[in-house]
Design a protein around this ligand. Structure first.
Ligand code: UD1
Ligand code: UDP
Length: 377
């Protein structure tokens, strides 16, 4: 069997190695296609090195651009590779423009598409990611929702065939790397941070960083925190802060350390030892509950509601009073802190990658992937 794996951004590079490894264990070497949506060393190569995914077969160098420009460029380049290579299945993961481009290019060539992390919904169509999720799920032939809740979202949209709940490969990634991170990373020492003595922040979503008003709200929050904080900053956020003339103000915030985006081992160690995580990232919401660190999400909705229901995550939005109320409660109320920290992980047992590979291999018959579906009759 010849699977092609299309990816292009930081979260995909982190969440796909468990699937690659599972195929390799079966003696199959998936074709690796990197769109180049993320291209800075800190957003791509550092992860390829740390997670040993350096043998990229095609690097498409799509880069940044408007939504259509980026997606269109990626589609054109992916299509060429798929036409030359004729894989049996194209695997995509998540909700980025790379994912939509890979799914559309593949399905139109009648190469089956398998979507890892299918069925997530924020029910907010103003997010580019939500459009990508819905369209990719409907273009896919095999769907791997991480949870029952994600499976039910697919069912509500009429997608019921070839749907397999596998858990999320982020659990595989965290389990495989958190010990290594503890041993290898020196980030706490380098930044002079004490375990459980700081808040870890990430924020990069378009809805939070593309408007001056929301960036100012974020800054207002960071200026009022009662614990030291560390913020490895996504290049999108740095660029927007500079464009709005807000960069200097961030630099002046007392007890806020802003760093470049960090490699996975440094980031995992920082996350595991944080008192509180404050984020708008999808992957970071997932990792916090896996690592038993309370998460405050700087958004008004989430496509990871399982973390809220389990009690490990709260949607605090961007209103300073509400955010600070939760930060202070977590610092002062030990019982409340423990309840959030001990919330059960809803994303599975760390064997999602193996399940995904084994299900796809089970569908391979007579030299091709046989996807039985009444949708195509
Ligand atoms: C993308 C995904 C988002 C995901 C995030 C992961 C879409 C629509 N969004 O958002 O869902 O959470 O990746 O991090 O696909 N930039 C650099 N260097 C890089 C990459 C980006 O400087 O290596 C800057 C550029 O100014 C670029 C901006 O960041 O215009 C945004 O990058 P882009 O890939 O369009 O979206 P992300 O915000 O990274
Ligand atoms: N991450 C990292 N270094 C950082 C920030 C995040 O390694 O400086 C990792 C984090 O551990 C998680 C992933 O990047 O696994 C999340 O990616 P991101 O927030 O960019 O995207 P999202 O999950 O929101 O799509």
């Amino acid at each position: 069997m010849k699977p092609a794996i299309v990816f292009g951004t930081r979260p995909e590079i982190i969440k796909l190695p468990p699937v690659v490894r599972a195929f390799e264990k079966e003696g199959i070497r998936p074709l690796l296609i990197h769109t180049g949506q993320h291209y800075d060393y800190e957003m791509s190569n550092v992860f390829l090195e740390e997670l040993e995914l350096q043998r990229i077969d095609y690097h498409l160098e799509v880069g940044s651009g408007s939504q259509a420009e980026q997606t269109g460029k990626a589609m054109i380049k992916i299509e060429r590779v798929l036409m030359d290579e004729k894989p049996d299945v194209t695997i995509v993961q998540g909700d980025t423009n790379t994912v939509l481009a890979g799914a559309l290019a593949s399905v139109k060539l009648r190469i089956p598409v398998a979507h890892v992390e299918a069925g997530l919904r924020s029910f907010d169509r103003t997010m580019p990611e939500e459009i990508n999720r819905v369209l990719t799920d409907h273009a896919s032939d095999v769907l791997f929702p991480p949870t029952e809740e994600a499976r039910r979202n697919l069912e509500r949209e009429g997608i019921t065939e070839n749907v397999y709940v596998t858990g999320n490969t982020i659990v595989d990634a965290v389990l495989q790397n958190s010990e290594i991170a503890e041993q290898k990373s020196r980030i706490l020492e380098e930044l002079s941070l004490k375990p459980k003595g700081y808040i870890l922040i990430t924020a990069h979503r378009a809805e939070n960083t593309d408007s001056r008003e929301n960036l100012e709200k974020l800054i207002g929050i960071f200026e009022s925190l009662s614990l030291p904080a560390v913020y490895p900053m996504h290049p999108r956020t740095e660029n927007r802060l500079k464009a709005f003339g807000l960069w200097e103000r961030v630099g002046q915030i007392k007890d806020l350390i802003v760093t470049k985006p960090l490699g996975y081992l440094d980031f995992l160690r920082l996350q595991k030892n944080a008192k509180i995580v404050m984020t708008d990232s999808g992957g970071v919401q997932e990792e916090s509950i896996i690592l038993n660190v309370p998460c405050l999400t700087l958004r008004y909705n989430t496509e990871r509601p399982e973390t809220i229901e389990a009690g490990g995550n709260v949607l605090v939005g961007l209103e300073k009073e509400r955010v600070l109320e939760y930060v202070n409660r977590l610092i002062e109320d030990e019982e409340f802190y423990k309840r959030m920290a001990n919330a059960p992980n809803p994303f599975g047992d760390g064997k999602a990658g193996e399940r995904i590979a084994s299900i796809l291999l089970g569908m391979y018959d007579g030299g091709k992937l046989v996807v039985r579906s009444s949708r195509f009759i």
